[in-house]
Design a protein around this ligand. Structure first.
Ligand code: PLP
Length: 381
């Protein structure tokens, strides 16, 4: 069996979650909008899931909007609020290390006449709250800063950012798709108006997520149709997935996160020659170890690891034939050549020390082999 160390890409569906979902894929087949008994049974599953999720994050059930995942939650948050507040102003602030779901949504708004400010980050990938404060103008309506970065794992100072946004009366959206995998997001402590979540990062099914929307936040629906989700997201709800999402969250938040194994892995990788940790040394996701490795292409290493039974990621988007250097690594000041050598290993609940011992040995051997086969690259990065 392969050692799966790509939980930030997606985490396996947990058996208990599948068990909870199955009745809603079979006998409880109703449409939750139908008034007959089958519909009411499906509605009950949906309502209960919403209540569980709301309770786990300290929100009201009506503040949870189910979506088809984190990407849709980001789109709804950003476009929905930017357009709802567009009479007041058309300025949105985000960071230079956001996920594509935020980056590309902001790019669309920019083409539609909005001004977008991309805040820089320090060498660990953190936004400076003072710089955020200075960037807010009379026309700013929305700040979107992720809670944790998917590539380098860095946590943002969300509570400080939230306090500034509240003070300046600007809506604060945070993408907590990664951050929520090992602990509940906290709308009140973070003073967040909107929080994006996704089930498949925490042992739930793919294709379901949620947007926490603080009560009273004006928002323009981005999917039009029926009146589902209090008219904020039309379409027949994915009841089985919502049930799975709630079950996965309940399980995830009852367990301790793998920080100790992560620290061991970071130290072991950093001890290899030509390897440097990326992201913050301590303020980082509980399961994320990311590095840049001199003299190799991250894509080649991931392919070599795969052949040896270790499933990992470069942490950045690859397109066939070419690997674009990650915008996150460039934003934290890593030069283009080194950025090509990125490797991200993200742990899951089942990851063991033995898995990591084996992984580090395999990484070391693969890196040596790749460097030997491309001698011209050694030292050039
Ligand atoms: N935001 C972040 C930070 C992510 O890591 C991801 C998934 O990789 C997403 C958004 C998109 O979530 P989904 O895959 O549920 O659309």
């Amino acid at each position: 069996m392969a050692i799966y160390l790509d939980h930030a890409a997606t985490s396996p569906l947990r058996p208990e979650v599948l068990e909870a979902m199955l009745p809603y894929l079979a006998e409880h087949h109703g449409n939750p909008s139908s008034i007959h008994a089958s519909g009411r049974r499906a509605r009950q599953g949906l309502d209960e899931s919403r209540e569980i999720i709301a309770q786990l994050i300290g929100a009201k059930p009506r503040e949870i909007v189910f979506t088809a995942g984190g990407t849709e939650a980001d789109n709804l948050a950003i476009k929905g609020v930017a357009w709802a507040a567009s009479a007041k102003g058309r300025h949105v602030i985000t960071s230079s290390v956001e996920h594509k779901a935020v980056m590309n949504t902001c790019a669309i708004l920019s083409r539609q006449g909005f001004q977008i400010t991309y805040l820089p980050v320090d060498r660990y990938g953190r936004v400076d709250p003072a710089e955020l404060e200075a960037a807010i103008t009379e026309r700013t309506t929305l700040v979107s800063i992720m809670a944790a970065n998917n590539e380098v794992g860095t946590l943002q100072p969300v509570a400080e950012i939230g306090a500034i946004c509240r003070e300046r009366k600007v809506v604060f959206h945070t993408d907590a798709v990664q951050a929520a995998a090992f602990g509940p997001p906290a709308p009140d402590a973070w003073q967040a108006t909107l929080i994006s979540l996704s089930a498949h990062k925490l042992g739930g099914p793919k294709g379901i997520g949620a947007l926490y929307v603080r009560q009273g936040t004006p928002m323009v629906a981005q999917t039009n149709g029926g009146a589902q989700e209090r008219q904020r997201r039309a379409g027949t709800e994915n009841v089985a997935a919502a049930v799975g999402f709630a079950a996965a969250m309940q399980l995830a938040y009852g367990e301790s996160p793998p920080n100790a194994l992560r620290d061991w892995l970071l130290d072991a990788l950093a001890a290899l020659p030509g390897v440097a940790v990326t992201g913050h040394p301590t303020e980082r996701l509980a399961n994320s170890a990311s590095v840049v490795i001199d003299g190799i292409e991250g894509g080649d290493l991931v392919a070599a690891l795969d052949l040896e039974g270790v499933e990992a990621s470069t942490g950045s988007a690859c397109t066939t034939g070419s690997v674009e250097p990650s915008h996150v690594l460039l934003a934290i000041g890593i030069d283009e050549a080194r950025a090509h050598g990125s490797l991200r290993l993200t742990l899951g609940r089942g990851t063991t020390q033995a898995d990591l011992d084996r992984t580090v040995a395999i990484v070391e051997a693969c890196v040596e082999r790749l460097r030997a086969s491309a001698p011209s690259m050694v030292g050039s990065a």
